[in-house]
Design a protein around this ligand. Structure first.
Ligand SMILES: [Zn+2]
Length: 283
């Protein structure tokens, strides 16, 4: 498959999946659907900026990295099954990168644009500061070069990550048994909505992107249970219009506040907490 064909396939798969989820979450919403049009304008405008930098920054960086690997894969490393290994490795990298966006104040300034959304649906998955997208592509060159990950494998992973992001930000009401079953393997809305809960302890948890096991493995799984009424956003801060969102990392606008340290986050969820009453008690 050529570079162009791989990228075109990714765009089509994600576009069709997005349209499907966008319609489904309005037909079967879990929480009351947001009515504010301003929010859709902000999310759409941030996405358009990302669309501009994708072919001009993200794609060239990825092509360059995969073309300048430190070694050449052959033998077992060139086997078809390696695509699955690469997807798991890139997802693990994405987990730690996401965690860094929350733990390093300079990186949080950019990631906050995503979290300031006060509602969640499929459009939230498009809402990222362009600088974050460019920085993520730059940093991802490291595993691609070190592990000699082929370009096609990165594109397949990106497709899976984007499709999963559309799904786990969505407001789709799923049968509980299906959502519970899926949540053992992939990140579902019930997991990721807690990451967007406007409580610092939950904001700094549930970082997984595609596979849900990373938070269980690395001790960042929140014990909060999602409810349709839970407050979404960043605790102590409110959403802002598109241009203010773009400027937030540079102007601060209060979002630069130092983070609660990890141990403080843990203290918010002592083992004695009753899990069933947790969401309403904390919202
Ligand atoms: Zn986050």
């Amino acid at each position: 498959m050529t570079l162009e064909a791989a990228v075109a396939s990714k765009i089509w798969i994600v576009a069709v999946w997005f349209a499907f989820i966008f319609i489904l979450e309005r037909a079967r919403p879990k929480a009351a659907p947001p009515t504010a049009r301003k929010r859709l304008v902000s999310n759409g405008a941030l996405w358009l900026v990302v669309l501009l930098i994708s072919p001009t920054i993200v794609l060239p960086l990825t092509v360059f990295a995969s073309g300048h690997a430190l070694w050449v894969r052959d033998g077992a490393f060139a086997a078809p099954v390696m695509i699955l290994v690469d997807i798991v490795l890139l997802d693990c990298w994405t987990y730690w990168l996401h965690r860094a966006y929350h733990r390093i104040p300079l990186m949080w300034r950019f990631h906050a644009a995503h979290h300031l959304d006060e509602h969640l649906d499929s459009t939230s998955s498009l809402r990222f500061h362009a600088f974050e997208v460019a920085l993520s592509a730059l940093l991802r060159m490291l595993p691609i070069v070190l592990l000699a990950i082929p370009f096609a494998h990165v594109v397949v992973f990106e497709t899976a990550l984007l499709a999963c992001a559309v799904f786990h930000h969505s407001n789709v009401r799923l049968p509980a048994s299906i959502e519970r079953g899926l949540s053992f393997v992939i990140v579902t809305p019930s997991i990721h909505w807690v990451h967007h809960h406007a409580k610092w302890g939950d904001t700094n948890s549930n970082y997984s992107g595609v596979f849900s096991w990373w938070d269980r493995l690395f001790g960042t799984k929140s014990r909060t249970i999602r409810t349709p009424e839970m407050a979404i956003g960043v605790e102590g801060f409110s959403d802002r219009p598109f241009l203010a969102l773009l400027a937030t990392p540079f102007t601060g606008a209060g979002i630069w506040r130092p983070f609660p340290p990890a141990r403080e986050t843990r203290r918010e969820y002592p083992p004695s907490d009753p899990p069933s009453g947790a969401p309403s008690a904390r919202s």
